[in-house]
Design a binder for this molecule. Sequence first.
Ligand code: GLV
Ligand code: MN
Ligand code: MN
Length: 394
Amino acid sequence: MTLLTDLDDVGRDPRRGGWSRHLGDDAESTLREWFTEQAGRRGLQVETDANLNLWAWWGDPEGPDAVATGSHLDSVPGGGAYDGPLGVASALAAVDALRSRGVVPGRPLAVVVFAEEEGGRFGVPCLGSRLLTGSLDPDRARGLRDPDGVTLAEALTSRGLRPEHLGPEPRRIARLGRFVELHVEQGRNLAPRGEPLAVGSTIVAHGRWRLSFTGRADHAGTTRRADRRDPMVPAAATVLAARATMEAHGDDARATVGRLHPVPGGTNVVASRVDLWLDARGPLPQALVDDVTAAARSAADAEGCTVEVRAESVSDEVTLDPGLADTLATITGAGRLATAAGHDAGVLAAHVPAGMLHVRNPSGVSHAPDEHAEDADVAAGVRALADVLEELCR
Ligand code: GLV
Ligand code: MN
Ligand code: MN
């Protein structure tokens, strides 16, 4: 809790509420410095990989069959205090617990901070882990733009970082034997069960699609209805179609429009273009997106507009490593939990046995300032993580 309290003032967002911490901004730089300092205090050797992920090593960074644990420090815009930082702070606290138990890991142990997990600035979530594992093309990554039009390459260069080095690091991945991410629960399942912790089982399929509607800019007062080609109208129809489609696809389907950007954005101007982002999750997110897209096209046609649809990131359903999940359950005594939130553990799972521990969130709220975990549950999470690391590093 002391570690989390250290971060309280970093990236507070007075306009949105909560915290906004994004790759390459001042808050994120402060968090990197904080992590480096905390790792140094613990005698861990810190390095930044080619993809801006931070690794703090106890033992030989070049050694085989390493165990890694950690999460991310960036947030969604106006996010909560726990999504990401809890996993990093708990990993550092677990190192302290192992030290106080007199444990000497029998293999390298790393605390890792993945870059831009939320995709809050450049749009693609799990940016650092996707680049590391080769599931995101580095040329595409360099060209990603933030809401102000700044490319990732430009943002990194202006921070003295080297975008030309982005790309897969198979040797680093090959040295990893296991990865465990501790995370605040997202959704409210553990409170009704009366359980402080759960072992991650699956991560539902999810993705982000950008729909760009183009019409014609004009005067809000003088343009007759018959002459309007207003892209806001099919965009609004698409928001409603997303809700209707989610309901039609069953209880596990999710469709959300949380971001919408009209150009030029004047109160008295019919927009020329509207971009909106559809977040779709569930057993068959593509089927859901196809239905929303069909509704978007017909609404665009009716208004004399066009619509272009692009997938910005797509993640299939992930089953976390069953053997590792059994080990985590045996050590912690916790039950299982499937999640509809994305995680770096899900990206790593295709390459390294990966597991997760979820810590009860009594409000169930996440990606918002009300996200919460009780101190006692946080402590239980740290103890469980330390137990797991002790066993995995034997
Ligand atoms: C990240 O937490 C996501 O699920 O979008
Ligand atoms: Mn998140
Ligand atoms: Mn997270």
